[in-house]
Design a protein around this ligand. Structure first.
Ligand code: NAD
Ligand code: FE2
Length: 382
């Protein structure tokens, strides 16, 4: 068996209303200046928690995060200036992947001599001195578990990944109650993102038994509960299952990571501002059809985890799994074609070129993807 490194938050608190335990967290108790970066729709839900800290004598500053789409370098700079002015000793991010990625980078770069542009890439961040707590409010990116952060370079329209063990939070609180306010469309898109993390980890060229179990369990939890949560946002059983599935997906990101679905979605997000989860959801079935011949057994195992019955062959089981995936996606209201989100034939070569540059993810794909393959996959989805 190959060796693998699992780097996870030092403390993971999971459960309904778990955020209420935050004021008693050792990281908070040992901090004096606490900066909250909070997605705008969550401010009221988190207010009692930061009010408790203020009452206990902590200096608390709340930044209301209200940027649309993927966070850009410029937007991050604005946040960094505010953070540098306050000089926090602990940063708490509450929100979807955009907010958590920014909170992770704020903790890394506030008061650090390194500049953002110096740390884009893998393993370039030299350290982090500010404590970091992440609290997801979507069941999607798994950013609260991962060493990754993604910003959009507005000049080049390229999504830039910053990957470092120092970006893994010290603690995370996963409270499904925070996801209840997430509208159905965002629940569907972010849930499909989490599902794609699990599927891309399990079918990955570098898949590993140490995280396979998380990936398969995550697939089942999300497949069984995504439609329920989309139809009834207050179904806390379904919300909790999605939060757990997303956590499992996040646990796969550091050690194994994603592959061609995420690579092909880079241009859709960076250039055409398609939401991360939506782009992945549309691409997932067709990429799986492309990858399946490379490992029919692994793709059949994904299908079984999605809830289909064993077929006569692994190929048959795997294909039934892809159909099941599309049923779930359709039932949750996700568009199935790129043309539905404004993508036309002319832009496919450019989208493929952008994908070809995402070698850090493409190298994980079970099948080599050429530019022509990428164009063909996009074209089938028009
Ligand atoms: N770091 C990682 O490992 C990783 C992995 C995948 C994606 N990402 C990044 O994460 C970002 C996408 O994150 P996301 O899909 O979670 O969406 P998001 O953070 O962009 O949020 C989408 C919208 O949902 C709103 N929202 C969030 N939680 C809510 C709630 N509980 N109730 C009501 N509204 C709520 C936000 O205010 C925002 O308007 C992208 O920038 C992507 O590149 C990071
Ligand atoms: Fe993702």
């Amino acid at each position: 068996m190959n060796s693998i490194i699992l780097q996870q938050p030092g403390k993971i608190v999971f459960g309904e209303n778990s955020i209420q335990q935050l004021p008693e967290d050792n990281l908070i108790l040992s901090s004096n200046r606490i900066l909250f970066l909070i997605a705008n729709p969550l401010i009221n839900a988190v207010k009692p928690v930061f009010d408790t800290m203020s009452t206990a004598g902590k200096k608390v500053v709340v930044i209301d995060y209200d940027f649309p789409g993927e966070p850009t370098f410029d937007q991050f700079d604005t946040l960094l200036n505010k953070s540098a002015y306050f000089r926090p000793d602990c940063i708490v991010g509450v929100g979807g992947g955009s907010v958590l990625d920014c909170a992770k980078l704020l903790a890394a770069l506030t008061g650090n001599e390194q500049q953002l542009t110096e740390i884009v890439g893998i393993g370039l961040l030299k350290g982090r001195s500010i404590k970091l707590i992440c609290i997801p409010s979507t069941s999607g990116t798994g950013s609260e578990m991962s060493p990754n952060a993604i910003l959009l370079n507005e000049e080049t329209a390229a999504k830039s990944g910053i990957i470092s063990p120092y970006l893994v939070p010290d603690s995370c609180y996963i409270d499904p109650v925070l996801t209840v306010s997430l509208p159905a469309r965002l629940t569907a898109e972010t849930g499909m993102d989490a599902l794609s993390h699990c599927i891309e980890a399990y079918t990955n060229k570098f898949a590993h038994p140490a995280v396979d179990t998380y990936a398969l369990k995550g697939i089942t939890l999300i497949a069984d509960n995504l439609e329920k949560a989309c139809k009834n946002g207050t179904d806390l059983e379904a919300r909790s299952a999605l939060s757990l599935g997303s956590m499992y997906g996040g646990l796969c990101l550091g050690p194994v990571n994603t592959s061609a679905v995420h690579a092909l979605s880079y241009g859709l997000g960076g250039k055409f501002h398609v939401a991360h989860g939506l782009a992945n959801a549309i691409l997932l079935p067709e990429v799986l059809r492309f990858n399946m011949p490379a490992s029919p057994d692994r793709h059949a195992a994904v299908a079984l985890a999605l809830g289909v019955k064993q077929g006569e062959t692994d190929e048959a089981t795997a294909l039934a799994g892809i159909v099941r995936l599309q049923e779930i996606s359709c039932a949750c209201g996700i568009p199935q074609h790129l043309s539905e989100i404004g993508i036309t034939e002319e832009v496919l070569p450019e989208l493929a070129d952008i994908a070809m540059n995402v070698t850090r993810l493409l190298k994980n794909n079970p099948r080599v993807v050429t530019k022509e393959d990428a164009i063909n996959i996009f074209r089938k989805l028009l």
